[in-house]
Design a protein around this ligand. Sequence first.
Ligand code: SF4
Length: 349
Amino acid sequence: MPENMERTPLLEIEGLKKYYPIEAGISKKKIGEVKAVDNVNLTIYKNEVLGVVGESGCGKTTLGRTVLRIIEPTDGKVKFHFDGKEIDFTALDKKELRQMRRHLQMIFQNPYTSLNPRMTIFDIVAEPMRLGGGFTEDEISERVKTLINKVGLEVKHLNRYPHAFSGGQRQRIGIARALVMDPQFVVADEAVSALDVSIQAQILNLLKELKDENNLTYMFIAHNLSVVEHVSDRVCVMYLGRVVEMAETEELFYHPKHPYTEALLSAIPVADPTVENNRIMLPGEVGNAANLPSGCCFHPRCKYACDECKEKIPELRELTPGHFAACHRIEDLKLDGIGELKVKNAAHS
Ligand code: SF4
């Protein structure tokens, strides 16, 4: 987002939770729950790219889908600021949701499985307009052709089926489909992770161009921090369903305040093969969302953990304007950002 641009909230996410019940026996008695998204609070501003990062299983995809109500939240609110009004997106009934959905769309992770193989490209891209209703076939045809050109494909491709396209081309089709209704907000869920590196750059550039042209706001979900750094204005780090740190991209990459962020940054691959990477190896796997560790849920893997960490859940605190972190030891830790990591890596080369 340009520095001088006024920050206007587009989405306000308040206390969002998605818990899945664990049931046992014939009576399906509830014996526990998986806390996939646990009390997430954040604001997404108009025309920004909010990167959401974390290891597999941290809840980032569930967060994106819950915000859009592709899966229903267990609790919490998503307020959508649209047309001068504040709409409680989580309280809309089915009909209202269908009408409002056009403004909030998703680009799915896997271009090989997210397109219906029995539909032509035209029908795939046109489907949201047909489902939303209110458009003539001529209007649909014109809009589909415009979008297919915008994403770098040709109108002559529209009668073909998905199998005739490469991964990068399929992702372009997925992007056209997500944008055909002229949305305000797009969740891009690992939108480039299934693609070759050379194609990733093309798709990222396309997403950026489309954002600038259409004043889009993105939630960009990814596990690749290099990609997130490249595209995001702000970054939100998740661990076991909770936000553990959030800040402007440069601030977060250079001045991390949470040990988990530090570990993620240390794992960014170094391009020079002669340089030894000072990666912080986290012991074990991401914890079990069905049985969260007590206190700070990162404590079993955190090299800085103290007794308090095992007992008390750290609050997400605003440390400097716009920089939030949830850690008991923020004030006494000096963590390495990518600046320090580069110096250390160079020293080992
Ligand atoms: Fe580590 Fe404790 Fe901070 Fe959690 S609260 S990240 S365990 S130092």
